[in-house]
Design a protein around this ligand. Structure first.
Ligand code: NAD
Length: 489
């Protein structure tokens, strides 16, 4: 059965369908980047909310600025905005049809996008445009980026998400329409602050008064989002058809876990998502830190040793007794203690959930993906915990071994000699440093843009160097065993 409003009764025989009348929905949220994650995350929360009978004036209008989105938007439009989300767990799959998106606009059609963004009914603009979509250079907008430079030169012809938002906020101000909240849902620390810098930075180039207006009146709450949602494979799409009879051109598959923590700062109202599990807080920082230090650092802890010994998936790593023991050791002894305490949230429970999520074989998360972009990730996920522990005089042996394993990986070969395809935007530099470090381990730590002054911290540098020497001399498994034996004693 093809997805469409007219077929929902038929589809309800094999999957859960929207438990509300879709014709009662009206637009409230405009969303840029209607990819898999948005559909598995915000759209599911909204669908749950609509099913309670509330918030029907907060339906989603899908926007996009990139031509490659055209095919997906056409497919969604042909399905009346409907799509399936299938939660996959070991042996269990739960498919439901999500009804939160009521319209999609032709990607890149500036006039149509502006018409949506200046509509007074739109009170929130949300974004999931990938980490790479934020054109930053350090903490500041990268106005050398051609797209951002073009928008800064002529905001009225803007084409980036940030230019369109600034331009729409100008239009709303001129028309006496209250501004919308801009809610970033990309996986970046302090994502609201980042988005505000881009929007106001661009506005300031075009018209300082507009930038002042935005700074005064527009809310950019930070938010922490979590749900592992890989790209859909052809096999998954086929299995959906075989198992449910549903023809979905754009199905989404994800883990059962879902989390959204949002700062309570909205300038033009918000849906009552707290009734369906969203956490609203004053400050999202401790939640971000807990995720970075337990989940993201945990990924790095399993990715490098498991990949080096030839494993492929995260769940393979979690089924490897030695890698699992190393993961638990580093998490429990070195990472968990640096995660912030949050009232009503247990770090131990969070770690238990993360451990179970990593082990879910249905997700098929690859170690290669987890090992990606270490030059950006190690300084965000691992090194802050090292610094904190060093300042308190605490043991960092496990985290230094994670660093040494990363360096060993950057050498560019697995233990069996297989070449590793470049897996970092700075791969060439990293590989050169890793090769020099084979004989002189400290050479790797001389990359100050990554390690900062940790390279000259004797305790850290000694631990890193002796781990790396041992990795080359004895191999990954013996080094993990030796670390665990020491850690126990
Ligand atoms: P996706 O590839 O399915 O969708 C990304 C969307 O962003 C596409 O519509 C794409 O066209 C658009 N986009 C890319 N670059 C852009 C740019 N420069 N300007 C405007 N739009 C742009 O990816 P996804 O799985 O939906 O993930 C998107 C983001 O969601 C991630 O980068 C991450 O920040 C966040 N997230 C994803 C997951 C996950 O497991 N997939 C989990 C948590 C958070």
């Amino acid at each position: 059965v093809a997805l469409g409003n007219g077929n929902l009764a038929e589809i309800s025989k094999s999957a859960r369908v929207p438990a509300y009348d879709r014709t009662s929905l009206t637009p409230g949220i405009a969303h840029f980047g209607v990819g898999n994650f948005h559909r598995a995350h915000q759209c599911v929360y909204l669908d749950d909310l609509f099913a309670t009978g509330a918030g029907h004036d907060w339906a989603v209008v899908g926007l996009g600025v990139r031509p490659e989105e055209k095919a997906a938007f056409a497919d969604l439009a042909a399905q009346d905005g409907l799509f399936t989300v299938t939660e996959v767990d070991e042996g269990v799959r739960r498919t439901r049809v999500i009804g939160s998106v009521i319209r999609v606009v032709e990607p890149g059609d500036r006039a149509a996008i502006m018409a949506v963004l200046t509509d007074p009914a739109i009170r929130i603009v949300t974004l999931t445009i990938t980490e790479g979509g934020y054109y930053m250079s350090g903490d500041e907008p990268d106005f050398d980026h051609p797209d951002l430079a073009a928008d800064a030169a002529d905001l009225d012809a803007s084409r980036t998400v940030f230019g369109l938002i600034a331009s729409a906020l100008a239009g709303r101000h001129a028309a006496g329409t209250p501004p919308f909240t801009v809610l970033c849902c990309d996986n970046l620390p302090h994502n609201g602050v980042l988005t505000r810098r881009l929007v106001t930075g661009l506005a300031r180039k075009a018209d300082p008064a507009l930038a002042d207006h935005i700074e005064r009146t527009v809310a950019f709450p930070n938010s922490m989002v979590d749900r592992i949602t890989p790209a859909t494979t052809p096999a998954q799409a086929q299995s959906l058809r075989a198992e449910t009879g549903i023809e979905d051109k754009r199905p989404v598959f994800c883990e059962p876990f879902i989390q959204w923590v949002v700062e309570e700062r909205f300038c033009n109202g918000r849906p009552a998502l707290e009734s369906v599990g969203v956490t609203f807080v004053e400050d999202v920082t401790p939640y971000e830190l807990m995720k970075l230090r337990i989940l993201n650092a945990g990924h790095a802890t399993i990715a490098y040793p498991a990949a080096l010994v030839g494993l492929t998936y995260a769940h393979d790593a979690m089924r490897d007794d030695l890698v699992l023991r190393f993961f638990r050791d580093v998490e429990e002894n070195e990472l968990l203690p640096t995660a912030p305490g949050i009232e009503g949230v247990s770090r131990e429970d969070y770690l238990a959930t993360v451990t179970a999520r990593f082990a879910n074989p249905a997700i098929g998360d690859t170690l290669r993906r987890l090992a990606l972009d270490g030059s950006n990730r190690q300084p965000k996920f691992i090194l802050p915990s090292v610094r904190e522990r060093r300042a308190r005089g605490e043991d960092i042996s496990g985290l230094a071994l994670v660093g040494a394993l990363w360096c060993r990986y950057c050498y560019g070969t697995l233990e069996d000699g297989t070449a590793i395809e470049p897996n970092d935007p700075n791969w060439d530099t990293l590989q050169a440093a890793a090769r020099a470090a084979r004989d002189e381990p400290r050479r790797f730590l001389e990359q100050r843009d990554i390690f900062g002054d940790l390279g000259s911290d004797a305790v850290y540098a000694d631990a890193f160097a002796s781990h790396l020497e041992a990795l080359w001399r004895d191999g990954v498994r013996p080094v993990l065993e030796a670390h665990l034996a020491r850690s126990k004693s």
